[in-house]
Design a binder for this molecule. Structure first.
Ligand code: S3P
Length: 451
């Protein structure tokens, strides 16, 4: 459905809640199916993408129950690793619909590659357009059998479980999804799997493996290489899923779109692999206070309360090394750049072109519709601020803000509209349910009373 987006109408203030972390919720559902007993996770993200993962593990034989945000998973009949010299399993084929979720598809390709299973993975039009060879090619180095059923390198794909062997594999792209697929495959390999070119990508799979007693050993001090040992028995976990910093970012950004604002999000993940967004806000001159929760330093994932308040903002420069720590926040940073005095620029972010939409094109088009000065580049963007953002409804320009069905573009444009001169219209508000079903209500809770 389309939605009218209203300007902030005064300072945004208050404490908001971010839903459970999406990346962690996927991993909890997948890895809970590998444990030797029942796993529990409170605060699990109940959203479209994570539901796809949960439905897939249940279709594969695991048992799961979700009640009031508390997820219980146990392996049930989940496929075990293939026996070492068994021929390819002659098993009935399971069809798994990954919907819009690349994390579901890529992690499942790795997880199933060495297990007694045969599955066809498919997805919606956006997911079918996304690159999958990046995960299939390194998995084949371990002996995986993955076939493309339509277009080479794209879903739908069939994975037929095979005994896997240990190997050293260079990742073709610094991606947490690719790294995680290989780590999950490595659990059923016959020897260690060493991954190089890991980059500073999110480390939730490693942390959860450690919690389950099978941590990958970090081979290089900078985390660019990892070695994981095969592990047949993983201990069950009982944990709290932290709030998602990538969802929290949209709420915290509201504090930078209307003068005099201050927004807090509590119980949010503050681990370094996801903290790039706040580091950029600090460089811009925003006030960012991070208060770690008691015991955060020893928690399996550190959490805390984050408060952002505005002021005069300087422009930012972001290069390739920093991209993994804020890859999902880049469209939002383009929005925030409209409020800074000068040219903000991002390079080395070509990955954004193969996300749920071409996010570089989508955010540039949306911001231009609002009158912003945006230069879309092959691997990034430049935004010259400050820009006075215009209203689209009142001006009768007829232009819609288009999400392209992409949840993060929808939320970034809703934040941009807070600073517009009047009302705007978003073409599709339903897509926020992919990662943050309560987003609009939470954003509205920060507006001045009565607005
Ligand atoms: C994710 C990793 C990132 C991110 C995505 C979730 C994950 O993708 O953009 O939203 O859960 O591992 P890449 O690993 O492809 O960069």
């Amino acid at each position: 459905m389309s939605r009218i987006l209203r300007p902030a109408g005064g300072p945004c203030a208050g404490t908001a809640r971010a839903p459970g972390d999406k990346s962690i919720s996927h991993r909890v559902a997948l890895m809970g199916a590998l444990a030797t007993g029942t796993c529990r996770a409170r605060g699990w993200l109940d959203a479209q993408d994570t539901r796809r993962t949960l439905a897939a593990v249940v279709a594969l034989g695991a048992r799961a129950r979700l009640r009031d945000g508390a997820l219980t998973v146990d392996p049930g009949d989940f496929p075990p690793p293939c026996a070492p010299d068994a021929a390819g399993p002659d098993l009935p084929e399971v069809v798994l619909d990954c919907g819009n979720s690349a994390t579901t598809a890529r992690l499942l390709l790795g997880l199933l590659a060495g297990r007694r299973a045969r599955a066809v993975l498919d997805g919606d039009a956006s997911l079918r357009a996304r690159p999958m060879e990046r995960v299939a090619a390194p998995l084949r180095r371990l002996g995986a059998a993955i076939e493309w059923l339509d277009r080479p390198g794209h879903l739908p794909a069939r994975v037929s479980g095979r005994p896997l062997h240990g190997a050293t594999v260079e990742l073709p792209v610094a991606s947490a999804q690719v790294k995680s697929a290989l780590l999950l495959a490595g659990l059923s390999a016959d020897g260690p799997v060493t991954l190089t070119n890991c980059g500073a990508t999110r480390d939730h799979t490693e942390r959860l493996l450690r919690l389950m007693g099978a941590g990958p050993v970090q081979a290089a001090g900078d985390g660019s290489a990892l070695t994981s040992a095969p592990a047949r028995a993983l201990a069950p976990f009982d944990l709290d899923v932290p709030g998602d910093p990538s969802s929290a970012a949209f709420l915290l950004a509201a504090a930078l779109m209307a003068p005099g604002s201050a927004v807090t999000v509590r119980d949010v993940l503050i681990g370094p692999t996801r903290a790039g967004f706040w580091r950029v806000l600090q460089r811009m001159g925003a006030r960012v206070a991070i208060a770690p929760a008691p015991g955060a330093a020893d928690a399996w994932e550190p959490t805390g309360a984050v408060t952002v308040s505005g002021g005069a903002l300087r422009p930012f420069t972001i290069g390739p090394a920093e991209v993994p720590s804020l890859v999902d926040e880049l469209p939002l940073l383009a929005v925030i750049a409209t409020q800074a005095e000068g040219v903000s620029a991002v390079t080395g972010a070509g990955e954004l072109r193969v996300k749920e939409s071409d996010r570089l094109a989508a955010i540039a088009a949306g911001l231009r519709a609002l009158g912003a000065d945006v230069d879309e580049r092959p691997d990034g963007f430049a935004v010259r601020g400050p820009c006075a953002l215009r209203a689209l409804v009142a001006s009768g320009r007829g232009a819609l803000l288009r999400t392209g069905g992409d949840h993060r573009i929808a939320m970034a444009l809703a934040v941009a509209a807070l600073a517009a001169a009047g009302e705007c219209r978003l073409d599709d508000d339903a897509c926020v349910a992919i990662s943050f079903p309560g987003f609009f209500a939470e954003l509205d809770s920060l507006r001045p009373r009565g607005r």
